[in-house]
Design a protein around this ligand. Structure first.
Ligand code: CU
Length: 501
């Protein structure tokens, strides 16, 4: 690569990445060219002290999250992937509809790229909206191999301030693999000196600058999680090291929030404001909904807007099991509020209006015995999610683990309906590659306004139904739980396009 090219490509990717929070204008070169070129090099990475852990994971281009990628809808995209992870790797482009051999699933759409090897991913990114990318090999994504990817629609109105926020929880890798291997049911210790409300831990973190080596285990999460976490980060840092967002009175702010956690659902709230949600997984909702807090399952994205109507300082935070642990937070303030203690969101979600699928989709209870609520479908299937039984590490679909799970065969043009039942005691963030589907039912409620998505939580002890037209490029499109433990423990299937005969 000539020096000028190198500078240019690091400029295209680099300017965006340096400011993880605020979205800068696209560089002139990226905006004008027919094609956006990037180089993504995956290699081992020591988390910096601002993350609150010194964990050694993996990163693209030496940062977690990886560089923010941006293209204008209609532009081509070419990524030169260099694998220096020490093992095989691939990149999956989450939420994109693209040629199947660019989808980055090892052994399904491509042989994994060996350590020291390279691979060129090239396609036209779309549909427009908030997408992302991550490794699809083992637990590499959980270790840090992920980043946000915006496909900008020039016809869309722009906010005064546009921001990408990436939630990421840094796992204790031993506990993650123990969960995959089935040793996850042992009770987790509360660390010595940590009172039930966590205040000691907070004061111990007072001088965060000196906590480079601190890896305090978290208390168990309320949603039955098995993995222990070393740190909870927002766009690559833990509060108060997250970069504040400075806003002006009168501005409209658009937050694009990605949950890149390996396993945790997040609840996000901004003090003093309600959030107007316009897109789910990057796709325009049938109608915007305004809520107090967002629930974001693993791999989901939401576009949430608010207006700055007065001077002040507010904390946006993801509520954790320990409500006094406000590390996954970012300060949003007006310039004149420097030094002012920020308003913090309530410590509990009690009474808060949450973004739920039922609310956004105008759910109405299904009447028992009334068939065909979801429109025409010539391919109908039910997938039963299972697993999580004590002593059994497997997470299953119809009682089977990948690759023995049942596959869904479709022909181009088919109308497909997938109904999930989930008798387990955990929500499962189910994801389908290469498609945008409609969520038409959840928890026994028909959504009068189906939600366009690529990932949905299938609630514990309940159901969800997807509908889509099989009009993506032909190939094998995997469908799996995005909880990395469940995926590795077998909860994966695929939608296969059969050749017309
Ligand atoms: Cu799952």
């Amino acid at each position: 690569m000539r020096r000028r090219d190198f500078l240019q490509s690091s400029l295209t990717v680099g300017t965006a990445a340096l400011s993880c929070t605020l979205l800068p204008p696209m560089s002139a070169r990226a905006a004008d060219s027919d094609r956006v070129d990037v180089t993504l090099e995956a290699r081992p990475y020591r988390y910096p002290s601002v993350t609150g852990t010194n964990f050694t994971g993996l990163a693209y281009n030496g940062r977690v999250p990886g560089p923010l990628l941006r293209v204008r809808y209609g532009q081509s995209f070419r990524a030169r992937f260099i694998n220096r992870t020490g093992g095989p790797s691939t990149i999956h482009w989450h939420g994109m509809i693209l040629p199947n051999d660019m989808d980055g699933v090892p052994y399904v759409t491509q042989p994994p790229v060996p350590d020291g090897g390279e691979f060129i991913y090239t396609y036209k990114p779309g549909p427009p909206g908030f997408r992302w990318y991550h490794s699809h090999v083992g637990d590499q994504e959980a270790l840090g191999l992920f980043g946000a990817f915006l496909v900008e629609d020039p016809r869309e109105p722009r906010a005064d301030v546009e921001v990408v926020l990436v939630l990421h929880d840094v796992p204790d890798r031993d506990s993650l693999w123990a969960a995959v291997a089935g040793n996850s049911k042992a009770p987790m210790d509360v660390p010595p000196g940590l009172s039930p409300n966590g205040m000691e831990a907070q004061s111990a973190m007072g001088g965060m600058g000196g906590m480079g080596g601190m890896t305090r285990p978290m208390k168990p999460m309320p949603m039955g999680d098995e993995v222990r976490y070393l740190s909870h980060c927002l766009s690559g840092a833990a509060y108060p090291h997250t970069r504040p967002l400075i806003v002006k009175v009168g501005q409209t702010v658009r937050l694009r929030i990605l949950n890149a956690s390996p396993t945790l659902t997040h609840y996000v709230r901004l003090a003093g404001h309600r959030l107007r949600v316009t897109h789910s997984d990057g796709n325009l909702l049938p109608r915007a909904v305004t809520v107090d807090a967002l629930r974001i399952g693993v791999a989901e994205r939401y576009d949430a807007w608010f207006e700055v109507t007065r001077p002040g300082a507010w904390l946006l935070e993801s509520l954790m099991g320990d409500v006094h642990d406000r590390r996954q937070s970012v300060l949003i303030r007006t310039a004149d509020a420097a030094g002012r203690p920020p308003e913090v969101p309530p410590a509990s979600l009690a009474g808060a209006e949450l973004f739920t699928y039922e609310l956004a989709g105008a759910g109405v209870p299904l009447l028992p015995g009334v068939p065909e609520p979801f429109g025409p479908a010539n391919v109908r299937t039910t997938l039963r999610l299972g697993g999580g039984k004590p002593g059994d590490p497997h997470w299953t679909i119809d009682g089977k683990i990948w690759p023995h799970t049942p596959k869904i065969d479709v022909r181009h043009g088919d109308r497909v309906q997938i109904h999930f039942t989930n008798p387990t005691d955990m929500d499962h963030p189910m994801h389908l590659h290469g498609h945008v589907f409609e969520l038409v039912e959840v928890s026994g409620q028909r959504l009068r306004d189906p939600l366009p998505k690529d990932t949905t939580l299938v609630p514990a002890g309940s159901t969800a139904t997807w509908r889509f037209r099989a009009d993506s490029p032909p190939g094998r499109w995997v469908l799996h739980c995005h909880n990395v433990v469940h995926m590795m423990a077998g909860m994966m299937s695929e939608v296969d396009y059969l050749r017309a005969s």
